[in-house]
Design a protein around this ligand. Structure first.
Ligand code: AQP
Length: 355
């Protein structure tokens, strides 16, 4: 079971990123090792240049994100943690994949439509091409599973179709790459958590908690603490009833708080509802969710404060990961180049399949 996921070094990481993705990475690191395979987690700096950004800021945010991942429990001796731009195979494979990805499909992707609409000046072609690079990130490692939040479903579908199309067109003899069969590329499965796959904004629980699209008061950051954290939960939007029950359509605010409570305490939604049986009102639910989040994130915050200042140690961890990622991706790239008739033929290069 090979696991891969990427995360952007943009902004501060929020509770949705943590529950939907980061916590799954830590779990994936253990599951991949238990299966005798590897897990790879990548800070995707090349994705971050698709919208307006400041280069110096990008470097700082990359270290922030790397330190958050390590503080959450990723361990470079158990997983491959690296920076996307350190492994040029991602960009080469994205170009090769572009040969099978229809342009029209890219321009219809929800994220592209939302983000291009929000751009005040330039809508970069990188923004349009984002899902192809994301497909290359995963396919370069022949990952079986991609732990991500629910919002990535459309990107995963495009990635799966790209793998299928490359396999069908260029190497049908190697197999489909899914259903337990081998293939030039593997068709990966999306893995979302059972609880917390789509954490919603506390101020507008009909919209997902988000780095760029959410409200400041409704976005809980993993490094929020004390009064700032408390204020966000106390002001969370609920509804005019008093009943605490899980109903996403009718009671989005209450359901989101229940989901955050359940995810943070690692219990089911039913157990979270049952734990609130004696609650006097929504105030108690807000306090329970706040306490659970604070307890879950306190060790991460402490560890982050220790790790973040040591940039040399962060660079060393990323370099170790990049070396292993480069090795793994090189094998896939050699096979794809050969199948697509690009570059020096294998007979002349001496490269072995899967090398
Ligand atoms: N609200 C969410 N609930 C659950 N999972 C979420 N993810 C994002 N939002 C939620 C998951 O976090 C991972 C990292 O996403 P990213 O690399 O896109 O990082 P980001 O830009 O900080 O995340 P956002 O908030 O998704 O950015 P916007 O909305 O600004 O584009 C992914 O696995 C994602 O599913």
């Amino acid at each position: 079971m090979r696991i891969f996921s990427g995360i952007q070094p943009t902004g501060k990481k929020h509770l949705g990123n943590y529950i939907g993705a980061i916590r799954q990475y830590v779990d994936g690191q253990e599951r991949a090792a238990a299966s005798g395979d590897e897990s790879l987690f990548c800070v995707v700096d090349l994705h971050a240049v698709t919208v307006a950004y400041d280069p110096a800021e990008l470097r700082e945010r990359l270290y922030d994100t790397t330190a958050v991942l390590l503080a959450a429990g990723l361990d470079p001796s158990k997983c491959v943690l690296f920076r996307q731009s350190d492994v040029p195979a991602h960009t080469e494979l994205s170009w090769l994949l572009s040969s099978v990805v229809p342009n029209g499909r890219l321009s219809r992707m929800h994220q592209f439509r939302d983000k291009s609409g929000a751009q005040r000046e330039l809508v970069s072609s990188g923004l349009l091409f984002y899902p192809v690079l994301m497909a290359a990130d995963v396919l370069a490692y022949r990952a079986d599973e991609v732990p991500v939040g629910e919002d990535q479903r459309e990107h995963l579908e495009l990635m799966r179709d790209a793998a299928r199309d490359i396999n069908r067109r260029f190497a049908p003899e190697l197999g489909p790459g899914e259903g337990g069969k081998p293939g030039l590329l593997m068709v990966p499965e999306q893995r979302t958590p059972e609880v917390g796959a789509r954490v919603m904004d506390l101020q507008d629980p009909t919209r997902k908690m988000s780095t760029t699209g959410g409200s400041v008061e409704g976005t809980v950051y993993v490094l929020d603490e004390g009064k700032a954290l408390e204020k966000k939960f106390k002001r969370a939007v609920t509804d005019s009833e008093t009943e605490i029950r899980y109903d996403r359509a009718e009671k989005p605010g209450v359901s989101n708080l229940l989901e955050i409570l359940a995810a943070s305490k690692r219990i089911s939604i039913d157990e979270a509802v049952a734990s609130m049986a004696d609650a006097r009102g929504y105030g108690d639910l807000k306090m329970a969710a706040l306490t659970a989040v604070d307890e879950e994130l306190a060790p991460l915050r402490e560890r982050y404060a220790e790790l973040r200042p040591d940039v040399a140690a962060l660079e060393a961890a990323l370099a170790q990961g990049a070396a292993r990622a480069t090795e793994l991706a090189a094998g896939t790239l050699a096979d794809v180049r050969e199948a697509m008739g690009v570059g020096v033929p294998r007979a002349f290069s001496g490269a072995r399949p899967g090398a």
